[in-house]
Design a protein. Structure first.
Length: 512
């Protein structure tokens, strides 16, 4: 298969021979060849210029390759993309070691040509096998690698075979393999859906049976059994109705736990008749605590209803107050937005005036303001919360204090304060482009890590957009999986550092 892939690449190079000749002539014209024979002091400026061009070319290709990987090109054209990546890595290594610039340039050309072909193959895969790609995405969304690993791995092998057939330009073979893979992915998806949605509930129902819920809490237990049956019927009829099935299953799980609690409570209270009075007093005490928070003292000589009605009235009053305050806040925010708009316009006008009057001096002052903002940002974070890193025109906030539970993407409430500081950081550069990068360690399935890193980056993006007025055109979330480690994955400390979220602000063009 690898030889076929190389033949495909050679065929592609042959088709673009004229373009390659033009590129070669360009490098000759700028003095690339002459630089190979002499790096004397007299020719050093020209040699340095060549190195700068190679560095720029390498960065452009690397950025394009990272973008292609985020668009799953490495999955849709695995062999060609891998060879392109290897050529790029070799060129980078040779450049770091100061090796022959002509050889470095050839490797960069090979990387660029391979990437172009891989993108072309990926486009063809999406055209010929859209249902297969959708089935794979659906299986990943259902967490099939966790709940149906054997089926998912079988599907992944067939998927890779189909993509290699695309690389070899065997469309019929790709379609045949793709159909087989699609069936496997769909089977893995359904198995995972049932396991993730229903599996835990059956365990709770068994526990409820062992607690004799059929004797002590039959109404609640029957409700739980009815709900889980409804969930199973929904999935068997329409696997896409996962939200409805999950809602039924969650209710069933709640009722099963409720039945266990009631059964244990009834068994305890049946041992002593006085316990019934204690139960009533305990409920009254809980109601009393709620009432005291609402600033009134309840009486229970006529039962709980009177006290509960008073609580309802108090809660409704609080709701009305909150509604009124929300309306006032909305009006204030609208007013504040108008003021900010005027301030931004005045700032723009002032900047234009200063640019005309001060020229280079204004640029210097702007840099000073920029540095002051960065220092304020650096002072926001404790070392245990985040690390502020400058990389060229980018300001990277590495959230060392933010972590997710294993395999999860929900942000814990304990991290809201840290994300509030990120909002303060963004307000320092309100017009900058923002990139949320998700990274994982190397443990686990590659596709699961890729999906998990993307989902976690999107979780941070969603949180920021929910709390700030950030348009989609200004912010993006990218998951890199384990592809960009900052520490060795061989140790737990290294893996902990690699599991991270980086918030990258492009402050090169931001207004400050």
């Amino acid at each position: 298969m690898k030889s076929k892939t190389r033949q495909s690449l050679k065929r592609y190079i042959g088709e673009n021979h004229a373009i390659l000749l033009i590129a070669m002539f360009y490098f000759i014209s700028i003095g690339m060849t002459s630089s190979l024979h002499s790096t004397s002091a007299a020719n050093m400026p020209a040699y340095q210029g060549i190195l700068e061009q190679l560095n720029k070319k390498l960065t452009t290709i690397e950025n394009a390759m990272n973008k292609a990987q985020s668009e799953q090109v490495h999955m849709l054209s695995p062999n060609v993309f891998r060879d392109a990546r290897e050529s790029l890595d070799k060129a980078k290594e040779d450049l770091d070691r100061g090796k022959d610039v002509k050889g470095i340039n050839n490797k960069l050309d090979q990387a660029n040509e391979g990437l172009t072909l891989a993108i072309k193959n990926a486009k063809e895969a999406r055209k010929q096998l859209p249902d297969l790609i959708t089935a794979r995405d659906d299986a990943l969304a259902a967490e099939a690698p966790e709940y149906a690993l054997e089926l998912f791995d079988e599907a992944e092998k067939l998927f890779k075979d189909a993509m290699e057939e695309i690389e070899d330009n065997d469309i019929n073979g790709a379609i045949k393999k793709g159909r087989e893979a699609e069936v496997k992915f769909r089977d893995a998806e359904l198995k995972a859906i049932k396991a993730s949605i229903i599996g835990n509930v059956h365990a709770l129902l068994n526990k409820a049976q062992n607690a004799k819920a059929d004797k002590y809490a039959p109404i609640t237990l029957n409700k739980a059994q009815s709900l889980i049956q409804q969930a199973e019927n929904i999935l068997n009829t329409n696997r896409n109705a996962q939200a409805t099935a999950r809602e039924k299953a969650e209710e069933a799980g709640y009722e099963a736990s409720h039945a266990i609690y009631i059964s244990d409570l009834v068994k305890d209270y049946k041992e002593d008749e006085q316990n019934w009075e204690k139960l009533i007093l305990a409920y009254e005490d809980n109601v009393k605590k709620v009432a005291e928070e609402l600033n009134f003292k309840p009486r229970f000589d006529s039962g709980l209803e009177k006290a509960l009605n008073s609580i309802r009235v108090a809660v409704n009053n609080i709701k009305e107050d909150n509604k009124r305050l929300s309306q006032e806040l909305s009006a204030k925010n609208t007013e504040l937005a108008e003021i900010r708009k005027e301030i931004r316009q005045l700032t723009v006008d002032l900047d234009k005036t200063k640019a005309k009057e001060a020229g280079l001096k204004e640029k210097l002052e702007a840099e000073k303001r920029k540095e002051a903002k960065i220092k304020r940002i650096e002072s926001l974070f404790d070392p245990a919360e985040a690390k502020v890193i400058r990389e060229g025109k980018d300001l990277k906030i590495r959230l060392v204090g933010l972590s997710f539970p294993s395999g999860k993407t929900e942000i814990g409430v304990q991290y809201f304060g840290l994300l509030t500081k990120i909002q303060q950081t963004i307000r320092e550069f309100p017009n900058c482009q923002i990139k949320i990068e998700g990274h994982t360690d190397s443990r686990g399935h590659e596709s699961t890590n890729q999906r998990l890193s993307t989902a976690r980056a999107n979780a941070v993006k969603t949180y920021l957009q929910a709390n700030m007025e950030i348009p989609d055109s200004q912010i993006q979330a990218i998951g890199y999986g384990p592809s960009k480690p900052i520490a060795p994955n061989a140790t737990e400390e290294g893996r902990r550092k690699n599991r991270r979220i980086d918030v990258v602000l492009d402050i090169g063009e931001a207004s400050y």
